[in-house]
Each structure stands twice: as C-alpha cells, then as structure tokens.
Design a protein around this ligand. Structure first.
Ligand SMILES: NC(=O)c1ccc[n+]([C@@H]2O[C@H](COP(=O)([O-])OP(=O)(O)OC[C@H]3O[C@@H](n4cnc5c(N)ncnc54)[C@H](O)[C@@H]3O)[C@@H](O)[C@H]2O)c1
Length: 474
C-alpha cells in the first residue's frame, strides 16, 4: 500500500511535492561530549526540538533545559498558541542565563523539524495517536528520541517503534519516569532480593472521583483559529471539533488515547513488570464500562482487569495481577489514590510516587503476636518524601545514554512489554471477554491452548488510519 506519510511529503500538502527540500538526510556526525558537571557552552550544547508543546511537552522541555546541556532549536505544534506558551516558558527558564540560547524555529509539520540536521534529539509529547509516526520518521532521520508514554496508541505501532529504534540504532527513552525515582528503585530491590518471599499476586490501582459531570457536555464547534485541526486529527477519523476531545482530555477517547490504563496504569504496570522481570501476560480479562460520568467518553470510568503472568524468578509458578480503575469513586484514598502492591509469602509491600512501606505477615498466621516474618520498620521507605521528582533524573539518564549509546532506563524495548499489557486490557474490555495472549506470535487467542485465533480481538492490536496519515514504513 502506498503511504503518503513520509518525510518528503508534508502534512496538509498531500499530493504536492516540496520544492526546495534537501533530497535526503546525511548521516549525523559524532556528537560532542557534554560535561554534566557544568553548563555546556553554546558550542557543546545538544540541539533538541519539541514536538507537541502542550502540558507535558512544556514540562519535559523544562527538565531538558534544567540540565543546561541543550539548545532548543525548534518547537512544533499544530496549535500556534501552544508554541507561544512554550516560548514563554523557555524565556522564563533562561532569563538569568548568559546569552547564547538560540531562538527556536517554529513549525506545525514535524517533518520540517526532522529535516534540521543540527537537531540531534526530539522530544515527542503529542497525544498518543500522534506518537508513532513522528518517532518512526525521527529514527529514520537518525535523531535520538524521548517519547512520552504510552509509547504507542496500539500494539502494532509499538512493535514498529521497537524495530525502528533497533534498525537505526537510536537511543529511545520513554517517559515512564517512575523508573528513575530512587525510592521506587529501593522498593524494587527489596522485592528482587527476595525479602518479600515468593510473589503470588500484584495489584495496581487508580482511583478518583469526577462524578457527576466528568468532561461535561459542550457542543461541537469550529476549532480555534490557532489550530490546524486536520493535522491534530492526523490518523484519527474525521469528525467535527469538540473541546472535550481536544487538548488534554483527548486521552479519554479511543480515537486518540488509551483511557486510564494507558494513561496512568502504564507507569504502575511498568514498575510491577520491571520488578518481576515478567515480559508479558498470558491471559487478560477486563470488566467494566462507562457507568457514571455524564460525558460521551468511550473509555471506561470503572474497570477491573485480571492478568495471568507466566512463571518468573520471584513467582516460580506464575502470578496474578489486578488493576482497578475508578473515576467515579475515590475511596479508599490510600496514600494518594494511585499505587502498586506486591503480595509475597513474607508480607505486603505498597509503593507510590511518595514512598513505600512493608507490612509483614506473622510467622504463625493463626497466632496473633507471633514474630513478623520480616522487619517492618528497618526496610521501609518514607512516605511524602520531598525529593521525589523523577522527571529530571529520567531526562539526565537519557542524555547520558545519548552520549554513551547505552540503553536508557526506560528503553523502548522494555516499555513495549508494559504497554502491550495495558493495551490488552483495553482489547479485552472492547471485545467483552477474556483473551489469551501468545507472546511469540503477538496474537490474541480464544483459548488457553492458543488454538483458535481471536480475530475480533486482533483487530484492536492495530487501527484504521485516515487516508494520508497511514503509519510510515521506515
Ligand atoms: N510522563 C508523564 O507522567 C506524563 C504526564 C502527562 C502526559 N504525558 C503524556 O504526554 C503526551 C502529551 O500529553 P499532554 O497532557 O501534554 O497533552 P496536551 O493535549 O496538553 O498536549 C499535546 C500537544 O500536542 C499537540 N499536537 C497534536 N498533534 C500534533 C502534531 N501532529 N504535531 C505537533 N503537535 C501536535 C497539541 O496541539 C498539543 O499542544 C501524552 O502522550 C501523555 O500521555 C505523560
């Protein structure tokens, strides 16, 4: 199938050739070494660009600027107001810095950014439906990539992204920055050292209460004058503009996002799977729906997903994982409403972005007052620690890997395994039944023995792309 979404044919200009464009990208030369101990001078700094200048894009750009190792050479957004906001943020950040930061160029078509040879790194913070195409083309253009989570809108995109990173030897970090929190690493080590014993069950949860209105019910309208709405829609189906489906709240519609399991649980699921070194579930069953919130989202406001994982070192006979999503009932609001639990033979470990704790089981379950199986106090992390900002550390890890060419802490390969688990939760919900996942074949089956392909479920491993916005083959 011919695919118009290539770097040489610009968005919004389908069918027109781009006069004056360079015929192709030359291979970028070796990058200058940056010293993390000092602010790099203007000649040393790494040229970066931001694609998607919304809430998280600006936050992330701030983290990159904090390293004092980068020059922001380009901003790209389909909404000029968002680029204005990013420019303001940069000016504010750099107001006390010596001169030398260049004024970023502005583009609405990300492929123009990819044609800038002096841009070595791109940050992709577009809505989920617009992650894969810029990432794939950025790899082809030999840029290193920091792409926000979930890396992809569906499983097939994720697979293509892993392949592109390998083919073009790119350093790709995904924005699952919880991996960079020191206390989460300590809690992970605690479990991995066997302190909690054998693991039989894990749990993640995201609770909140947006009832009764949720996103509300604004009517469809014309898009704001600052927005190229056709480009914003990109691969998603054509429909009239509605602000509920736009900046920030797009994530609650499957056309653009993945609901709470892809938006938030991907962080939590990732830590659980990383801790247990378990790359994939074999079976997934989600139940739930859009029960309470008075809006037209098509992702659930209530859902429970049960996963079966195969044997792993800490769970020699396998383990079950549950994920609970509630958007219309916030309680119990256990230490923030978002967290991860590990259940082992020695006790229970709970962790959040704010800390972690262990509750030991007793040596004799039937005898209150018997010895605890592990020391509950000594090993515990502290809740509500002040120093829990993982974003900067995550970005620093990425920049170090851009220099060393090592794999970053949240490499695209590792993230792919967690994001697949999250996407499968949505697939099960959408087909309304348990699905069985064959990791080798990367297909869903109807039965545990994997004899009958689940054709309906497998359709949800990809998507229909709007004409002109098909996934690029790189
Ligand atoms: N790591 C985290 O903790 C975290 C937190 C929040 C969001 N995120 C992720 O960051 C991404 C962005 O989320 P957000 O909340 O900032 O969304 P947002 O809607 O605020 O911003 C997205 C921006 O991308 C722009 N955009 C859309 N299509 C584009 C295109 N083709 N080219 C260039 N720009 C385009 C939009 O106009 C908008 O300005 C999402 O993938 C989200 O899941 C990660």
């Amino acid at each position: 199938m011919s695919n118009p979404l290539t770097r040489r044919q610009f968005l919004g200009n389908s069918g027109k050739t781009m006069a004056g464009m360079a015929a192709g990208l030359s291979v970028l030369g070796p990058r200058s070494m940056l010293s993390s101990a000092r602010a790099a001078d203007a000649n040393d700094r790494l040229g970066i660009a931001l694609i998607g200048c919304g809430g998280m894009g600006r936050h992330k750009l701030g983290n990159f600027l904090d390293t004092k190792q980068v020059d922001v050479l380009a901003l790209c957004d389909v909404d000029t107001k968002q680029m204005d906001e990013a420019e303001k943020m940069i000016a504010e950040k750099l107001k006390n810095e010596p001169a030398g930061q260049k004024t970023p160029q502005r583009f609405k078509d990300f492929r123009k950014v990819l044609d800038m040879q002096e841009v070595k790194v791109v940050i992709i913070a577009t809505p989920d439906h617009w992650h894969a195409a810029p990432m794939l083309l950025a790899c082809q253009a030999e840029k290193d990539v920091y792409v926000e989570k979930p890396c992809c809108h569906n499983v097939r995109e994720g697979k293509a992204m892993v392949a592109a990173a390998a083919k073009y030897k790119r350093v790709v970090q995904v924005g699952t920055h919880q991996r960079s929190y020191e206390h989460i690493q300590a809690a992970r080590d605690f479990v991995r050292n066997g302190e909690l014993g054998e693991i039989s069950a894990t749990n993640t949860y995201t609770y909140g209460n947006e009832s009764p209105d949720g996103l509300g019910s604004d009517p469809d309208s014309d898009p704001p004058a600052s927005v190229d709405y056709n480009l914003w829609l990109g691969p998603a189906p054509e429909r009239k503009f509605n602000k509920r489906r736009f900046h920030s709240s797009w994530r609650w519609y499957f056309d653009y996002g993945c609901g709470m399991v892809g938006d938030w649980n991907v962080h939590l699921q990732d830590i659980v799977m990383w801790t247990l070194d378990t790359p994939y579930p074999t079976s997934v069953c989600s139940m739930g729906g859009h029960y309470i919130l008075a809006d037209d989202r098509d992702t659930p406001d209530t859902m429970v997903t049960i996963y079966k994982f195969p044997p792993s070192k800490l769970a020699p006979k396998g383990h079950v994982h549950t994920y609970t999503l509630r958007k219309a009932s916030g309680k119990p609001w256990h230490k923030g409403g978002i967290g991860m639990d590990f259940h082992g033979t020695n006790g229970f470990l709970h962790m959040t972005r704010g800390g972690w704790e262990v509750e030991p089981d007793l040596e004799d379950w039937n005898r209150p007052g018997s010895e605890p199986r592990i020391d509950p106090v000594k090993e515990m992390g502290e809740y509500h620690k002040k120093d829990v900002e993982g974003h900067n550390v995550h970005v620093e890890n990425f920049l170090e890997c851009v220099q060393s060419r090592e794999k970053p802490i949240a490499s695209i390969e590792q993230h792919y395994t967690s994001v697949v688990a999250c996407h499968l939760a949505n697939v099960s919900l959408r087909v309304g039944r348990q699905i069985f996942w064959n990791h080798e074949k990367e297909l869903c089956f109807m039965d545990e023995k994997m004899t009958i392909e689940d054709k309906e479920a497998n359709k949800f491993l990809g998507r229909e792309y709007r004409k002109g916005f098909e996934l690029p083959e790189v």
